[in-house]
Write a protein that binds this ligand. Structure first.
Ligand code: ATP
Ligand code: MG
Length: 430
């Protein structure tokens, strides 16, 4: 029979690895809470229409990367390839624009794209995103960029480059597109085949080409900055000035265009300079027309998304996880003792001690060895003798001291036990 395996491009995150995920998740959640961002969770699948209309039919994501299928009622459904469109749908559907309040939101969760799996590129991957809805002000763009950078810095990742560009408004891009098309037309035969196709369908995307020859041709191409309207130019200057004010170094990259159609004006990417494969760890920008385009009230917005697999590849070696320990390991022998052990497990669990009960029925020597292996602060030992006497024996592992306690007394000793656990933990670095 064929082996059942995880689907290509997906990965199990095992408990040991998950500790790192939780570590960065908690760090980032704290940081975002300090900036008064609120977490939002939207469904993992949506009507495909949302992405057709939101991300744009001409994009790589919609064209070839979506997990799109018909459900049993023949609904056209897509596993979300990114977070912004779903959040905008939720924003509209739940009338979050009510009384024109600003919404500072964040999300984190799995995304799905049908791509060629490699290091830092999966078919199910995770993004953490920030969305600031309701403001046109350049301070909103700068706040989002500042937050993204501080997330990286907070995880001791400083070897980064922030690439920044303004892609203007649709009208600016139309003018630019015509200029770019005209320029590239002369070199049509020297362009790579993908770019040749795009010359008609979506010439701006050619800027993104990885082909060296195409890149060479592009070095002399007209720049989008020459086509920006005055208001877009002013907005971009303001963003740059705020970034300077915040001591955030950036590099203007005239060729930076994003792979989603909804962006306007500010576009940015954060790249790692110590690349381990894929070097873009965060991408974002302004999307002032998306809310209206999806049927909501005109609401400007700006946001970004961090690829968590890529972030983790970089951050992992800098993270020192707190060591794992348990407060009590419960060792018992004999049927009656097993019953008492279960009662003690229940009691300690209710009092929020970290505990584990040994269910091996092996001899005490082996069970105590396990207690050591699990880094227990203390081992509670209950055998026939203890059952007869109505006592429990507590062995404090680091001092090897053992004390006997009457069961009745034990169940009134929570604060004593807490104190003792604290004391032993302070002696040894558990
Ligand atoms: P790339 O050029 O690497 O394909 P992208 O422009 O498609 O990236 P975005 O849509 O901007 O990516 O998503 C934001 C971030 O999510 C990326 O910078 C990256 O860190 C991460 N990301 C995107 N696609 C994947 C994937 N397939 N696997 C892992 N991470 C991904
Ligand atoms: Mg991509």
């Amino acid at each position: 029979m064929a082996k059942i395996q995880a689907i290509r491009g997906t990965k199990d995150i095992l408990p040991e690895e998950l500790q790192y995920w939780q570590f960065i998740h908690n760090r980032i959640a704290n940081l975002l809470e300090c900036a008064n961002y609120q977490e939002i969770r939207t469904p993992i699948f949506e009507n495909s229409d949302l992405y057709d209309r939101g991300i744009g039919r001409d994009t790589d994501i919609v064209n070839k990367e979506m997990y799109r299928f018909h459900d049993r009622s023949n609904r056209d459904i897509t596993l979300r390839p990114e977070g912004t469109a779903g959040i905008v749908r939720a924003f509209i559907e739940n009338k979050m624009s009510y009384d024109h309040s600003l919404q500072r939101l964040w999300y984190s969760g799995p995304m799905f794209r049908y791509e060629r799996p490699q290091s830092g590129r999966q078919r199910q991957f995770h993004q953490l995103g920030i969305e600031f809805l309701g403001s046109l002000d350049a301070r909103a763009d700068s706040e989002v960029i500042h937050l993204a950078i501080s997330i990286f810095n907070n995880l001791n990742l400083t070897d980064l480059e922030l690439d920044l560009n303004s892609i203007g408004k649709v009208e600016d891009r139309n003018i630019y597109q015509a200029k770019l098309q005209e320029y590239l037309q002369q070199y049509y035969n020297d362009l790579d085949p993908d770019s040749q196709k795009r010359l008609i369908s979506n010439p701006i995307r050619i800027l993104d080409s990885k082909n060296t020859n195409t890149q060479k041709i592009l070095s002399e191409a007209p720049k989008i900055s020459d086509c920006l309207s005055l208001s877009s130019q002013r907005h971009f200057d303001a963003v740059c000035n705020y970034l300077k004010l915040l001591d955030i170094p950036y590099k203007i990259n005239h060729k930076l265009v994003r792979g989603l159609d909804y962006y306007n004006d500010t576009a940015f990417e954060i790249k790692t300079l110590t690349s381990k494969g894929q070097d873009t760890v965060c991408g974002g920008g302004r999307y002032d027309s998306l809310v209206k385009q999806l049927g909501g009230p005109a609401t400007p917005a700006v946001g970004c998304a961090i690829g968590l697999e890529r972030l983790l590849l970089l951050a992992k070696e800098k993270i020192e996880l707190p060591s794992k320990y348990i407060d009590f390991y419960i060792a018992t022998q004999g049927e009656k003792a097993n019953a008492v052990g279960m009662r003690i497990m229940h009691f300690l669990h209710q009092k929020f001690f970290t505990i584990e009960i040994d269910v091996s029925s092996s001899n005490f020597g082996k069970q105590i060895k396990q207690a050591n292996k699990k880094r227990a602060v203390a081992c509670i030992i209950i055998g026939n003798k203890e059952v007869e006497q109505g006592t429990v024996s507590i062995k404090w592992m680091s001092s090897q001291q053992q004390e006997d306690m009457r069961m009745i007394q034990f169940e009134h000793s929570t604060s004593y036990l807490k104190k003792k656990i604290r004391f032993y933990k302070s002696l040894k670095s558990y």
